[in-house]
Design a protein around this ligand. Sequence first.
Ligand code: SF4
Ligand SMILES: [Zn+2]
Length: 120
Amino acid sequence: MDATPCSRVPDRDIFTSTDPDDIAAAKAVCSTCPFTKACLKAALELGEVGVWGGTTKAQRTRLNHTPRQPGRPRKPITHGTRQGYFQHRNRGEDACIECKRAASAHSKRMRASKRQAVAS
Ligand code: SF4
Ligand SMILES: [Zn+2]
């Protein structure tokens, strides 16, 4: 599969930022993406936070008004990953230390690659 436009953005944090300018920039990236539909569907299913498929979490919450069935088990959290970090956050809980580490390592890598891009 071709790389997604968001994977080529130097500062991927715009996809999880709450800054309106970042959100607008992330949505602009999604508007060039051929996978918007599939991406939105996955984000709705997984309850992702941040900009996915050109929508914010709040927009998806309005789209996805099917309430969770009582007793239906939640998808288990993939601990020690950035995805896990967002799963915690999405449940309204504090991320565990492994997930926090993974998310912060990711941000560090992103900042480093941004610095590299600026330097080169
Ligand atoms: S639609 Fe999804 S895969 Fe495409 S750029 Fe946006 S976040 Fe990335
Ligand atoms: Zn965790």
